[in-house]
Each structure stands twice: as structure tokens, then as C-alpha cells.
Design a protein around this ligand. Structure first.
Ligand SMILES: Nc1ncnc2c1ncn2[C@@H]1O[C@H](COP(=O)(O)OP(=O)(O)OP(=O)(O)O)[C@@H](O)[C@H]1O
Ligand SMILES: C[C@@](O)(CCOP(=O)(O)OP(=O)(O)O)CC(=O)O
Length: 447
């Protein structure tokens, strides 16, 4: 190792990685240490400007141990998953030279150098919104950049997988498949991109954050218990998912929303059925989640009706559109709903209905109740809370009794879309660690 002032320099890299939502779920491992799944899965990467992890990694000869801060608090790095990612990246590290600053790290030096890591999620951690996916993808991506790792993205995905299974899919934007693989060493259990984020840009994704508290049964524990006790999981992984993966890939390639929608909600329902089939049963969805599912079906019927009116050839069109879903939903290991609409027009309808039934509580302003791509709100004619109060009951609610509203059931909504994969952020002002000390920046100085 060569440097002008050996104790002083700090070398850093900062990256931002997206989270993803599975439309064919990963649930169950065949190898707990290597994190090898019992079935393949498919996900949509979400726009990182709305949901992402930002991670800064730093190395310096002055660091006396590996350390990590998550959302401003120091956490232990001793866990096997963090250790696996660090070990696998260090093993692949190459020479790094910064001539200007007189820093020269040889590949063999990396083993003896410690790292500092600071990460921040712009959405709730451990609440069923896949923070571990964004977090481990970002960690691996940032470390690989810092240590000049030359491996392809697929290789990095298999390292991120060892941090958290779903993280391997967050190494790519757009639509991603995690192939389960068959090899014992896990070398073929990798993620591949099916299509990038521009392939199907019309999709609108609306997340209803029901609860941002930490859940009672983590995905890791939940899926272990399902593998041990659920016979439905065996049938699912061996018979149902292999077939669904092929159908889902085709639906994505063809941008066939009806097939995509049917497969997505069927797979979410089956995943939650497996949770119920687990002993003791696991309940990730709650009453609010169930209400969303019902609402989704209502929106689907209404869209059908509207589309029907657009056509003169009534009977034929009715047959053509019958059974054609217009919005779909999926739930991960938590009560938060992820609703997907095929385009902005249907998304307006969906958002209007959601806000009619789940209006913001009196103390909450609209701009803290609907986050992300709020242009959808404007397009739906919802500029203020008054516009929400003025929303007429949806057609399906027009019965003698006034429709029931569920104020306070939702914390907030996030409007988003398919998004891109991890990116490197340049400039020290984007970093979460101080460029001189390698310690976390004070919250006031954070980007
Ligand atoms: N930005 C991050 N960087 C590194 N690790 C993270 C980050 N965010 C979360 N994690 C890790 O992921 C753990 C949370 O994972 P967990 O699976 O419980 O929740 P989740 O990923 O938010 O939800 P789910 O996977 O069920 O959708 C945290 O305790 C932490 O170890
Ligand atoms: C329900 C899921 O979100 C489960 C995600 O599980 P994790 O990837 O969080 O589990 P570990 O591999 O144990 O870290 C479905 C999915 O993302 O495919």
C-alpha cells in the first residue's frame, strides 16, 4: 500500500439502489446459509427516486474495525449475512489507484483494510417494503465500486443474494427474474433482467402504506417455518410456480396486462395462503389489506363498465372484456398493498377511489399523505383535501346506506412506477460519511 500520509486518507463510494416488488414470490429456502430458494421468482424494480437505499462505503488505514450505521444508528456487522457479502467482495477486489491523492491499494491489501458503511432508506425499514432488498443490493454495488471489482452484474447479484434473497433482483432495473438454479454451491442461483424499465413504462404502481412498524414475523423466520410445516408450499414450489414463471415472462414480454394482473394477484394470494398453512399460522395481511383487495375487484368491475360504454357493439364487446382485470394487487410479508394499474387513466380512477374510502385524517396535509409521483394526483383533479372531500361516492357505493370510510387506516400512499437499477452517485456532498473522518455526517449535513 502506498500513500502520502498513510493515516489520513479516506476513500469513498456512494450508491443508490432501488427496492423491488415480487409479482411471483420467493418464499422458502433450500439452503439457509447460501440463501438458495425453493422456487424462482419475478419482480418489478421500483423507481429509486421514490423507494431506495443510499449507501456510502469508505476505506482508510485509520479505521480499526468494520463499522456500519443504518438510518443514523450504529448496527452490528457481525451477522453472517453482512460478513458473507464483505468476504465475497473482498475476495474479488482489485488494485485501486488515485494518483491525485497519492493513494495506491494493491489487491492483497484489501484483506487488511477495514470499511465504514452508512446507509439510509428513504422508506420504512423492516416493514414489508423490502428494505433488505434495496439495502444489500446497494451495499454490494457500492463495495464493488470502491474495491474495483470487475465482475458482471449477475455475479454481484449472487453476492447480494447472500445478504437477503430478494436483494439479488435489485441489481437490475425493470423486470427481473431470479432463477432458482440447481447447483449446490449456488453459482447458478442468479438474477437476470427480463426487460428494462422503459419496456412497460405505462404501468403505475400505488403503494398503500398501512403500517410502517416493524413486523412481528420477519420474512426469514416466516419462510423457514413454512418450509418446515406447509405442504402447500411444496406443491406451490414444485408445480405451480414453474408454470407461472413461464406465463409471467410471456405476459411481461407482450405487455399483456390482463395475464400479468391475474398471475400477480393469484401468486400473492397463494403466498398468503402458504403463510396460513404454516404452523403456527402467519398473518401478514390485516383488515385494511383485505378491504383493498375488495376495492381492487370493484375498480376492475367499474373499469369494465366504463370501457363497455365506449363501444357501440355492446354484446360483442361485453364478451370480449368479460373477465379482464384492470388493476392488480400484491402483498409482501406485511399489510401494505401494492396496487398496479396498466396506465395513468386507470390509476386516476384507482387513486380517486382509494382516497374516497381512505381519506387523509384531519391532521394530515395532502402532500404528506400522497408521496412519490404526485403528478397523478393533479391529473386526477385532486389538488387539495377539499377536492377529496368533494369526491362523489363511486358508482358501486350508491346504495341506500352511506358508504363507509376508513379514515386513519392508511399512513400514506406512494405513487411510483418501474425504475432503474443501482447507480453510483458522484461528489462528496452525496455521501453519508464525512470525507475526512469517515464517520457519519451530522444529520444537518446529510444529502
Ligand atoms: N439500507 C440498508 N443497508 C443494509 N441493510 C439493510 C438496509 N435496510 C435494511 N437492511 C437490513 O434488512 C433488515 C430488514 O429486513 P426484513 O426482511 O426484516 O424487512 P424488509 O426487507 O423491509 O421487508 P420484506 O423483505 O419482508 O419485504 C434490517 O434489519 C437490516 O439488517
Ligand atoms: C415476501 C417476499 O418479499 C420475501 C422476501 O424475503 P427476503 O428476501 O426478505 O428474505 P431473506 O432471503 O431471508 O432475507 C417475497 C419476494 O420478495 O419475493
Amino acid at each position: 500500500m502506498g500513500e502520502k500520509d498513510s493515516k489520513k486518507w479516506v476513500l469513498m463510494a456512494t450508491a443508490r439502489s432501488p427496492t423491488n416488488i415480487a409479482v411471483i414470490k420467493y418464499w422458502g429456502k433450500r439452503d439457509e446459509t447460501l440463501i438458495l430458494p425453493v422456487n424462482g421468482s419475478i419482480s418489478v424494480t421500483l423507481d429509486p427516486s421514490h423507494l431506495s437505499a443510499t449507501t456510502t462505503v469508505a476505506v482508510s488505514p485509520s479505521f480499526d474495525r468494520d463499522r456500519m450505521w443504518l438510518n443514523g444508528k450504529e448496527i452490528l456487522l457481525s451477522g453472517g449475512r453482512f460478513q458473507s457479502c464483505l468476504r465475497e467482495i473482498r475476495r474479488r477486489a482489485e488494485d485501486v489507484e488515485d494518483e491525485e491523492r497519492g493513494i495506491c491499494i494493491k489487491r492483497e491489501d484489501w484483506e487488511g483494510l477495514h470499511v465504514h458503511i452508512a446507509s439510509f432508506n428513504n422508506f420504512p425499514t423492516a416493514a414489508g417494503l423490502a428494505s433488505s432488498a434495496a439495502g444489500f443490493a446497494c451495499l454490494v454495488f457500492a463495495l464493488a465500486k470502491l474495491m474495483n471489482v470487475k465482475e458482471e452484474t449477475t455475479e454481484l447479484s449472487s453476492i447480494a443474494r447472500q445478504g437477503s434473497g430478494s436483494a439479488c433482483r435489485s441489481l437490475y432495473g425493470g423486470f427481473v427474474k431470479w432463477a432458482m438454479g440447481n447447483k449446490e454451491d449456488g453459482s447458478d442461483s442468479i438474477a437476470v433482467q427480463l426487460a428494462n424499465e422503459t419496456h412497460w413504462e405505462d404501468l403505475v404502481i400505488l403503494i398503500a402504506v398501512v403500517c410502517s412498524r416493524q413486523k412481528e414475523t420477519s420474512s426469514t423466520t416466516g419462510m423457514r417455518e413454512s418450509v418446515e410445516t406447509s405442504s402447500l408450499l411444496q406443491y406451490r414450489s414444485q408445480v405451480v410456480v414453474p408454470r407461472r414463471l413461464i406465463q409471467m415472462e410471456e405476459a411481461i414480454q407482450k405487455r399483456d396486462f390482463p395475464s400479468f394482473a391475474k398471475l400477480t394477484c393469484a401468486d400473492s394470494n397463494q403466498f398468503h395462503a402458504v403463510c396460513l398453512d404454516t404452523s403456527p399460522p402467519i398473518f401478514y395481511m390485516n383488515d385494511t389489506s383485505h378491504r383493498h383487495v375488495q376495492l381492487c375487484f370493484l375498480v376492475y368491475c367499474i373499469c369494465l363498465f366504463i370501457r363497455l360504454l365506449d363501444y357501440r357493439n355492446f354484446q360483442d364487446r361485453w364478451n370480449q372484456f368479460e373477465g379482464t382485470p384492470q388493476v392488480t394487487y400484491t402483498y409482501d410479508a406485511g399489510p401494505n398493498a401494492v396496487l398496479i394499474a396498466p396506465n395513468r387513466k386507470v390509476a386516476h380512477l384507482l387513486l380517486q377511489r382509494m382516497l374516497f374510502y381512505f381519506p387523509p385524517p384531519s391532521e394530515k396535509e395532502l402532500d404528506s399523505y400522497v408521496l412519490g409521483d404526485t403528478s397523478i394526483l393533479q391529473e386526477a383533479g385532486l389538488h387539495s383535501k377539499k377536492d377529496i372531500e368533494a369526491l362523489l361516492p363511486p358508482a358501486e357505493a350508491k346504495t341506500n346506506a352511506p358508504p363507509q370510510k376508513y379514515t386513519g387506516d392508511i399512513n400514506y400512499f406512494i405513487c411510483t412506477r418501474p425504475g432503474s437499477g443501482p447507480v453510483l452517485l458522484s461528489g462528496d456532498d452525496q455521501a453519508l460519511l464525512n470525507a475526512e473522518t469517515g464517520l457519519p455526517k451530522l444529520s444537518a449535513d446529510r444529502p
